[in-house]
Design a protein around this ligand. Structure first.
Ligand SMILES: [Zn+2]
Length: 422
């Protein structure tokens, strides 16, 4: 590391309190689906305070409807947007970079499982607690301050750099897709998702589905006359579990061979019934299923439909009243990432200069917004982020040192990839 890089790292150290403070201010905003406005305002103000010029990027359903990466969702995009700010190059000779992070968070419910209010950040023993702290507001803070640190240290950059804060990552990826469609892309894309300081090297495909069953209502005194839609869903869920097991037994891409159970089905929402003494006439469950890179979304949709309909055929009522299967939100295919690509090699060089060893590869059993850049953008990107625990669970937390590690690695990456200008 030369003296200019040393100066960058010293600047990150000097900004560490500000980085944690910014993370806390983002965590204070309960940015669940549809409620992202507060977090976006905090982000926008921070970008402006650094002299960046954030643009609001809406998700225009009419414009994106026919995009192969667009995921139809039942909720509205009215008044909701992403933010993107591109810092122009100060000279020539560098390569462009884009940092992407999402501001949306999943619900903290059941909130009484938490030791503290999920939206009141607490810093304790080297960790920051709060919903979204790890996934992924700390990463957003780290990427934002990495770029700010370059300027604060007195340097410019010989290539443009974009900071992008998106919504809709936790449900479909339409936020990142809208930004890409609006022209925000770069020769290297880095996403500080909280999988640790590793080179993200594969992600599975993910889809969401919903199954609706009809029963027949009656008073419990004559339950035999009614048909319980909740109980009718049991064999359907069991059939989907068998599909999951089957898919885990099939041929898989090399990076996934050592993982015990990489593909996972989750039944995440169950709705049905409203009275203990009434046989429920309707039930709906929503699920998420993952699939290996190389498998098409349409193929998995077909298998889910087949699993549900063949289980329904075994039941006289369901055979006569077939359950309705629908797909919405996530429709992401998986992909593999070559860690020998120049941007990843550069990032690995930054990591090894900071830590003394190469970054490990991370094979993911979930999905991220990287898919948009991989399938529809210039395609050279990875995730490298802080260390977090309990993301999507109670007492989510992110390790403070690891946030600074990301900021350091990203600042070095900017210096080496985009090249410093005096
Ligand atoms: Zn995330």
């Amino acid at each position: 590391m030369d003296s200019r890089e040393q100066k960058l790292l010293a600047t990150i150290e000097a900004l560490s309190t500000d980085i944690f403070d910014f993370t806390c201010r983002l965590v204070e905003q309960p940015s669940t689906l549809g409620n992202e406005a507060g977090a976006l305002k905090v982000m926008e103000a921070e970008l402006r305070s650094f002299g960046f010029a954030p643009q609001q990027v809406p998700i225009d359903r009419d414009k994106l409807r026919d995009h192969p990466g667009f995921a139809p969702v039942p909720w509205s995009y009215e008044g909701r947007y992403n933010l993107a700010a591109t810092r122009p190059a100060d000279g020539a000779g560098g390569r462009s970079a884009l940092f992407n992070g999402h501001l949306d968070v999943v619900s903290p419910e059941p909130a009484h499982f938490w030791d503290n209010d999920p939206f009141i950040p607490v810093i304790q023993d080297g960790w920051l607690y709060g919903r979204g702290g790890g996934d992924m507001k700390a990463g957003v803070a780290a990427m934002t301050y990495a770029l700010h640190a370059v300027e604060k240290a007195g340097f410019g950059l010989n290539a443009p750099v974009t900071l992008e804060a998106v919504i809709e990552e936790e449900c479909c990826g339409n936020g990142a897709l809208a930004c890409l469609d609006a022209g925000y892309d770069a020769e290297a894309v880095l996403i500080p998702e909280p999988f640790g300081p590793t080179l993200y090297s594969a992600q599975v495909g993910v889809l969401w589905f919903k199954v609706r069953l009809r029963g027949a209502a009656s008073h419990v005194q004559a339950t035999a006359a009614g048909t319980n839609a909740i109980e009718k869903s049991y064999p359907l869920i069991a059939a989907l579990r068998r599909l999951e097991e089957q898919m885990n037994r099939e041929e898989r891409p090399a990076p996934y061979r050592d993982l015990e159970h990489p593909l996972n089905l989750n039944i995440g929402i169950f709705e049905g019934g409203d009275w203990p003494s009434t046989v429920p006439a309707e039930a709906t469950f929503h699920g998420r299923l993952s699939f290996f890179p190389g498998t098409s979304y349409e193929d998995v949709c077909r298998r889910i439909r087949e699993a549900v309909s063949s289980a329904a055929q075994q039941d006289p009522w369901l055979a006569q009243n077939p359950p309705a299967v629908e797909f919405y939100a996530f429709r992401s295919e998986g992909h593999l990432i070559d860690r020998e690509q120049p941007a990843l090699a550069t990032l690995n060089g930054c990591h090894s200069d900071l830590t003394g060893s190469d970054a490990e590869s991370y094979v993911s059993t979930c999905t991220t917004d990287l898919r948009a850049f991989h399938f529809f953008g210039q395609g050279q990107g990875t995730c490298y982020g802080p260390v977090a625990e309990n993301i999507h669970g109670a007492n989510e937390r992110v390790q403070l040192d690891s946030i600074l590690q990301v900021a350091r690695a990203y600042a070095l990456f900017l210096a080496r990839w985009c090249r410093l200008a005096e």
